[in-house]
Design a protein around this ligand. Structure first.
Ligand code: ZN
Length: 203
């Protein structure tokens, strides 16, 4: 597992407004980004969250020195890039909700992006809902879920998998952590409308 220290002493200068405010004691996961959206600093809450959630993957995807966007795939990457650059350019905080579920637990998180124009952003990730799934898990039937291109399509947001024949989306719990090697990520209709609808309507 990649080790990322919380580096309080090396926090970027723009976080000096929080001096003495114990950002490491915060239960929220905090990540400071530079104007290029590279990760400059994370708090201890981020490491606790990563450790509690099969941390190796989270710490590798969102390690210090990498771009925050590198941990996000597909249409969501484009969405978050526009959100974060927009918050910086407009000097307006941004808030949104996103799903980050495990096979056993439905989890909804809130992202708050606080801009420090010309210097960077502080991102706060807070868990707002955590409960067992009320979805019925489906069997990982690769034949059923493989499309005519030979690919399995999973929603990068809610992690449901598309049944290509019915064009419907299903909760295949065992593919949340570990997907078949022919898996590609897209966005299901419900997530597309909810997260990207406003932007699509503007086009
Ligand atoms: Zn979805």
């Amino acid at each position: 597992m990649m080790k990322v220290s919380s580096l309080s002493s090396k926090a970027p200068e723009f976080l000096s407004v929080y001096a003495g405010l114990e950002l490491d004691a915060e239960s929220a996961s905090l990540v400071a980004l530079g104007v290029d959206l590279g990760i400059l600093w994370v708090n201890a809450g981020w490491e606790r969250f990563a450790a509690a959630n099969r941390g190796g993957d989270v710490l590798e995807r969102f390690g210090k020195g990498t771009s925050y966007l590198d941990g996000i795939s597909g249409a969501q990457r484009e969405h978050y890039e526009s959100v974060l650059r927009g918050a910086l350019a407009d000097d307006e905080p941004h808030e949104s909700f996103y799903e980050c579920s495990t096979p056993e637990t439905f989890r909804l998180l809130k992202l708050r992006a606080l801009p420090f124009p010309g210097r960077g952003l502080l991102l706060e990730h807070t868990t707002v809902e955590e409960r067992p799934h009320d979805r019925t898990p489906e069997l990982p039937d690769e034949r059923r879920f493989t499309d005519s291109r030979g690919l399995v399509l999973q929603c990068g947001n809610c992690r449901r998998t598309q049944d290509p024949a019915a064009r419907s989306w299903h909760w295949v719990a065992s593919w949340v952590d570990r997907q078949p090697s022919n898996t590609t990520h897209g966005v299901c209709a419900v997530c597309l409308g909810y997260y990207y609808g406003e932007r699509l309507r503007k086009r």
